[in-house]
Structures are given as structure tokens and as C-alpha cells.
Design a protein around this ligand. Structure first.
Ligand SMILES: Nc1ncnc2c1ncn2[C@@H]1O[C@H](COP(=O)(O)OP(=O)(O)OP(=O)(O)O)[C@@H](O)[C@H]1O
Ligand SMILES: [Mg+2]
Length: 330
């Protein structure tokens, strides 16, 4: 067991001229956690990661990684962490095995240590049978997995993954998720990842910090973040939508109500408890319920709630497309 936190920052700030890329971030990450920084392009995820990895100095504030100050004890920090950069950084003219061997040499590992560890990490990421192929013959997912293996070579206590699945297809992404989970369990390693994929944060992370314009605007487990919204949505198909819109607006049963082309959307604090009352109200007022369904808030809803905008959508030119959310008005 470890004392203290894997990572502890206090009002950490990084400016680039006028741009405040990281804005007074204070956070604590526990040993053994998979911690996710979720935010859109330009939110400050890479900048924050680089400060924690001693690649960039902060403008102000402090950061401790495995108990060592990133500015005063960078060597101690570096020997305790592994990094998978957002930008690919493998030597594609070397084999997978040679890339790992080179990394092991950089960290002063002996030849025997390297050999044993290379076998271990290749097996962890499922690349044993491609060890001797040139990296330029690897698929995108295989390259990403090799980079993760490389980050693990020197047995770091914390592994930083900057957008581990950026650009991978949904199926490959899932394979990488499973491997990240596995190494968190088998290697007992703390993982700090950045992502703009909502499902990735939701599926993988024990806790998620939502970061927007350099600030952490919410931080908790994915479930607790969703629970904070207290907002289930009940979709109700009934005849005479206008009549029931008015009835529910006056009923005191719901927090908000919208009408769409064929149904009512009722915002309620607890969907499963309220649905029977909603159905009863419709019956009492002489209507008939054709269909009723319940939608619990997603991490996307949480993101919208805290930042007022939707996170980047997936797709080829998604970076430039932002969708304005339909806010519920209370
Ligand atoms: N070296 C730099 N010089 C000037 N501005 C920078 C530099 N690095 C980052 N920035 C700016 O800081 C802000 C945060 O950038 P950062 O790369 O940390 O975001 P990010 O959350 O990692 O985004 P992405 O999802 O696109 O990777 C952006 O406005 C970016 O333009
Ligand atoms: Mg980034």
C-alpha cells in the first residue's frame, strides 16, 4: 500500500501568452485508479498531462507525482511514470521487439531484464506473435498497443495515456479498453488517461474529471456524475399531445415538459417512481398511453450540464462540428 496520492496538484496553471491552457487545477488521484480527463479539443488535457510528466513547467501552482514535485524532483517523477503520447512516437523502421528493447536501454535495464520484460509486456497487449514484424506493417490499433507496452517496460507506478484510442475504430477501441483494464488489475498500475470519447470515460474510468477551457468543472465517478443531474426523461406517447402538455405543465409532477412530433418528453427526478403516477394522470384525464420509455442521463448530459455545450461528436470532420444541446428550462 502507498501513503498519500499518486498525483496531487494545487492551483496548477499553465499559460501560453494570453491563452490559459490549464487554469488553477487542484486534484488528487489515488493509487490504483483509472482516472480520466474528459474534455473537448483544446480543453487543456495534453498540457496538464505534459506538466505532470515534467515535459512542460507550470506557470504557477504545484504538482506532485508519486510524492515528488514535478519542478524540484523531475528525475524521480520520470522514473516512476510511463507515457503514451497523443502523437504516435514509434520508430516504424524497427520491429516491435526492437522498439521495446531501445526503450529498456534508455531506462538502464540490463539485457536479461529487458528480454524478460519485453515478453511480459508484449503478452499483456497481445502482440507476442508480431514482435519481429516491422512496426510499419502494424495496424493503427497494434501500434497503439505497442506504445502502451513500451510505456510499461520500466514498470512505472503511473501510466499516462494521452488519447489512447484516438482514431481507432469502435472494435479496436474496445480491445484497447480491455487491455487497459487488464493491466490496471494485473500490474496494479495507476492509469491517468485523457479522452474526448464519452463512452471511453464512462466504460473505463473509476473517476472522471470533466475539463473545459483549462478548468476541471466536475469530478467524480461516472455514476455519481450522472446521479448529480437528478434528471431522468420519460418519453410518453399519448393522443392529444397539446392537452397533455398543458396538464403536465400544471401537474407539479414533472420538472419540465417538451412536446416533440409524436410524444411528450417529461423531465422528472426519479423516472421509475414517477412513471406510474404519469400513467395514472393520463388515464384520469381520459387519455390513453400508447408507449412509455425512460432515459437516464448519460455522461454526455453531464458534460452538457457543466459546460453548456456538447462534446465533440465522432466522425471524420467532427472537430469543427458542435451541436447545440436542447436545454431543459426549469
Ligand atoms: N506550445 C503551445 N503554444 C501555444 N499554445 C499552446 C501550446 N500547447 C497548447 N496550446 C494551447 O493550449 C490550449 C490547450 O491545448 P491542449 O493541447 O492541452 O488541449 P487538449 O485538451 O489536449 O486538446 P486535444 O483534444 O485537441 O488534444 C489550446 O488552446 C492550445 O492551442
Ligand atoms: Mg490533447
Amino acid at each position: 500500500m502507498h501513503d498519500g496520492y499518486a498525483i496531487e496538484t494545487e492551483r496548477l496553471t499553465r499559460k501560453f501568452g494570453e491563452i490559459v491552457a490549464v487554469n488553477s487545477v487542484s486534484l488528487r488521484i489515488k493509487y490504483g485508479e483509472i482516472f480520466g480527463l474528459l474534455g473537448p479539443n483544446g480543453a487543456g488535457k495534453t498540457t496538464l498531462t505534459h506538466i505532470l510528466c515534467t515535459i512542460l513547467p507550470p506557470t504557477s501552482g504545484t504538482a506532485k507525482v508519486v510524492g515528488h514535485d514535478v519542478c524540484k524532483e523531475p528525475d524521480e517523477v520520470r522514473s516512476s511514470i510511463g507515457i503514451v503520447f497523443q502523437e504516435p512516437s514509434l520508430d516504424s523502421n524497427l520491429t516491435g521487439w526492437e522498439n521495446l528493447d531501445f526503450h529498456g536501454r534508455m531506462y538502464g535495464m540490463s539485457s536479461e531484464e529487458r528480454k524478460a520484460r519485453i515478453e511480459e509486456v508484449l503478452s499483456l497487449v497481445g502482440l507476442t506473435n508480431r514482435a519481429n514484424s516491422l512496426v510499419k506493417t502494424y495496424s493503427g490499433g497494434m501500434k497503439r498497443r505497442l506504445e502502451i507496452a513500451r510505456g510499461l517496460m520500466h514498470r512505472p507506478k503511473i501510466l499516462f495515456l494521452d488519447e489512447p484510442t484516438l482514431g481507432l475504430d469502435a472494435q479496436t477501441r474496445r480491445v484497447v479498453w480491455e487491455q487497459i483494464e487488464k493491466l490496471n488489475q494485473t500490474e496494479k498500475i495507476t492509469i491517468v488517461l485523457t479522452t474526448h470519447y464519452i463512452e471511453e470515460a464512462d466504460y473505463l474510468c473509476d473517476r472522471v474529471g470533466i475539463i473545459d477551457m483549462g478548468r476541471i468543472v466536475a469530478l467524480d465517478t461516472p455514476q455519481a456524475l450522472k446521479d448529480k443531474l437528478e434528471g431522468d426523461v420519460v418519453y410518453l406517447k399519448v393522443d392529444n399531445l397539446k392537452k397533455f402538455l398543458q396538464i403536465f405543465q400544471r401537474s407539479g409532477l414533472v420538472k419540465g415538459v417538451k412536446v416533440t412530433s409524436d410524444s411528450l418528453q417529461l423531465q422528472v427526478s426519479n423516472g421509475s417512481k414517477t412513471i406510474p403516477k404519469i400513467i395514472e394522470t393520463v388515464r384520469r384525464k381520459g387519455g390513453q398511453v400508447h408507449e412509455v420509455s425512460l432515459k437516464r442521463p448519460s455522461l454526455e448530459d453531464v458534460f452538457i450540464n457543466f459546460t453548456g455545450k456538447a462534446i465533440r461528436e465522432e466522425g471524420p470532420d467532427a472537430a469543427s462540428r458542435f451541436r447545440m444541446p436542447g436545454h431543459w428550462r426549469r
